[in-house]
Design a protein around this ligand. Structure first.
Ligand SMILES: C[S@@+](CC[C@H](N)C(=O)[O-])C[C@H]1O[C@@H](n2cnc3c(N)ncnc32)[C@H](O)[C@@H]1O
Length: 337
């Protein structure tokens, strides 16, 4: 990977700049890395839009047969909801809050079965940066279960204020917690603790938290999961979105960029990288920035966590009574505030 650093002091980021523009500038100047995951599920502006992250993600999880992560996650959730430890602990849940429900397939295969864990459920809140995913999940819950569903387009890495009465369960599926904003080679522990602490700060005493994560250690399987056409189309969509939404201008041309998943074994981390095949000069937020050919940018990460690692991160953040369930390559943690 390219190790060259740009001097980010030269590109002072205006705090009022729109969030996507600010994050793109921080990426291009190496001021931040691996932090673009939340921008990778954007809307389609026309048919066959290569910057339509949400559509490309839905296509990836339904057509990429090598993308084992979704399949294993669905098998885990469908098995886990029949397990006594989950049934007993969540039986009095009145409000379910899901962070990042994602595609219709995920909602029907995992979210709706998960909501059956309590007979006392009255509300379901779907929080997603993708407005489409948030509203669709809320709609599915309202019509699929007769629970009052609400869609919220929001960033779940920030504290949320939800005024719900009764016990709540916050949950995150699909190994979304493995998308930590870290540099290549970092084990991501502190970022996971920070994220868990933020979730905890939105919760009331005795609320529950559940999340699933991928623990696969078979490198062949891992590389195949991200090295296929639907995964590459999703991996490169941000490059197109940045042009489409007027963030990167000048002679920046996303058609000359490629996506590559890169494995770091010491940190059990896939770095999702993008790089240009030829040099180009991008204009962003009023700055002209030269981008040499093959300079790689880490847009997002997919960690493959050891269950003990996740458990330690949850306890360090302040969760209690943590318990892990594992099925195949997928694991789930349940914890209490
Ligand atoms: C890896 S996908 C998982 C989707 C689904 N849970 C599944 O199991 O397939 C991550 C989801 O989280 C959403 N997301 C990612 N980062 C987010 C953030 N910071 N705030 C809100 N939503 C976010 C994405 O839009 C997407 O729907």
């Amino acid at each position: 990977m390219q190790a060259t650093q740009l001097n980010s002091d030269l590109y002072h980021v205006d705090p009022d700049m729109s969030a996507l523009c600010r994050d793109a500038l921080r990426l291009i100047t190496f001021e931040a890395t691996g932090h673009m995951g939340k921008w990778e599920y954007g809307p389609a502006l026309h048919s066959d839009d290569p910057g339509a992250g949400a559509d490309l993600w839905s296509k990836m999880v339904s057509t990429a047969s090598d993308y084992y992560v979704s399949r294993s996650d669905a098998e885990l959730v469908q098995w886990a909801i029949s397990q006594e430890c989950l049934k007993t602990r969540l039986k009095d849940t009145v409000n379910f809050i899901e962070f990042g429900p994602g595609s219709y397939k995920s909602v029907t295969e995992k979210t709706l079965p998960f909501l059956t864990l309590s007979e006392k459920t009255r509300t379901f809140t779907a929080v997603d940066m993708s407005r489409h995913f948030a509203y669709e999940a809320a709609w599915c819950a309202t019509y699929g279960t007769l629970i009052k569903g609400t869609g919220l387009q929001a960033d779940f890495t920030r504290p949320l204020v939800l005024r719900n009465e009764g016990q709540s369960c916050y949950f995150i599926l699909g190994s979304t917690i493995s998308n930590m904003p870290c540099p290549a080679g970092s084990n991501g522990f502190q970022d996971l603790v920070k994220f868990f602490s933020t979730v905890l700060s939105s919760m009331e005493q005795d609320d529950f938290f559940v999340c699933t994560f991928d623990s696969c250690s078979n490198l062949d399987l891992i590389m195949k999961a991200y090295n296929n056409l639907p995964a590459r189309n999703h991996g490169i969509n941000l490059a197109y979105r940045l042009k489409r939404d007027g963030i990167l201008l000048g002679d920046y041309n996303p058609a000359q960029w490629q996506y590559e998943p890169v494995w770091f074994s010491d940190s059990s981390q896939i770095c999702h990288t993008i790089y240009p095949l030829i040099s180009q000069r991008a204009r962003v937020a009023g700055f002209d920035i030269d981008i040499p050919a093959y300079r790689q940018y880490v847009t997002n990460n997919s960690y493959k966590y050891n269950p003990e690692f996740v458990s330690w991160a949850a306890v360090t953040a302040g969760f209690h009574d943590t318990q892990i369930l594992t099925k195949g390559t997928a694991s789930l943690i349940i914890a209490r505030k």
